[in-house]
Ligand binder design. Structure first.
Ligand code: SIN
Length: 283
């Protein structure tokens, strides 16, 4: 079967057809999917009938897998995070713009999300290109940002106070389980503009879930510019929106994109399996 790649928006995203993740892809097939990921930032593969093992095996071809430092994994699969929202839950996981695991020294290179159970309508995921967000800035601001580094800290969302402030973003306790006490946190410092190690393009690398301040500045001093960037990076022309179908897979490059899980399907259940691949130190 030949693989086809169809962009879903000028900004980012492509539907890739002709790939069956329930069997090991040949080297050429894998290279085609990898190339599509680099070209489009996020790729969508529909109608996959896969087991947790298949997801892990496919993701591991990109590199070592992350074990989520804050949330309990799927039983028997340390690298799979089961993202669940039950009909009675009000909050969802990932319901604000972010890139995965940016609070680690080696944040996720990419993440793969598999739709096991989806609501009849709603629960779409939005993606945004951080290449475009960076390129749309003025030369003056690009210059200023290129000299800055920023702190990424789990305390932005993984504390009871933060949860109250945000109205909850990481799932109700009944549906997703923490694996860390609330007083432990993860923190890392990264450049505000990073160069993608494979494409050589520059991308904005701050996100409203985890970026708390610029290095050597207070949160209050950092807030005006960070707030500007958090608003700027979600401009509609930088985004695409994926309507899930059961068995669909999204694979996104966390080095140059952000995503947002819409929480518009109260009263219905949504279950996704996520695997993240460890990346390099942003530079
Ligand atoms: C995530 O942020 O990884 C979850 C995305 C989603 O559930 O659509």
């Amino acid at each position: 079967m030949s693989i086809t790649v169809h962009p879903v928006s000028p900004a980012l995203g492509a539907e890739v057809a002709g790939v069956d993740l329930s069997r090991r892809l040949g080297a050429e097939e894998f290279d085609t999917v990898h190339r599509a990921l680099l070209d489009h930032g996020v790729v969508f593969l529909r109608d996959q009938e896969v087991q947790p093992r298949d997801l892990v095996d496919f993701a591991a071809r990109f590199g070592p897998l992350n074990v989520h430092p804050m949330m309990k994994p799927l039983d028997g699969y340390p690298a799979i995070l089961e993202i669940v929202k039950n009909p009675e839950d009000r909050h969802n996981f990932g319901g604000s713009w972010h890139t995965d695991l940016s609070y680690l020294a080696r944040p996720a290179l990419a993440s793969l999300l598999y739709a096991r159970e989806i609501p009849p309508v709603g629960g779409d995921t939005l993606f945004a290109s951080m290449y475009l967000a960076y390129e749309a800035l003025s030369d003056g601001l690009k210059g200023l940002l290129s000299g800055l580094r920023a702190v990424h800290d789990t305390r932005r969302i993984y504390t009871p106070d933060a949860q109250r402030r945000l109205g909850g973003t990481i799932g109700d306790a009944a549906s997703m389980r923490r694996n860390r006490p609330e007083d432990q946190h993860e923190e890392a410092v990264h450049p505000v503009v990073r160069t993608h190690p494979e494409t050589g393009r520059r991308a904005l690398y701050v996100n409203c879930n985890f970026t708390s301040r610029f290095e050597d500045m207070t949160e209050a001093e950092s807030a005006p510019l960070l707030d500007f960037l958090f608003t700027h990076l979600q401009r509609p022309e930088f985004t695409c929106r994926f309507r899930w179908t059961e068995g669909a897979v999204a694979l996104w490059d966390n080095r140059c994109t952000q995503h947002y899980a819409l929480n518009d399907y109260h009263g219905h259940r949504r279950v996704m399996h996520r695997v993240s691949i460890e990346g390099d130190r942003p530079a």
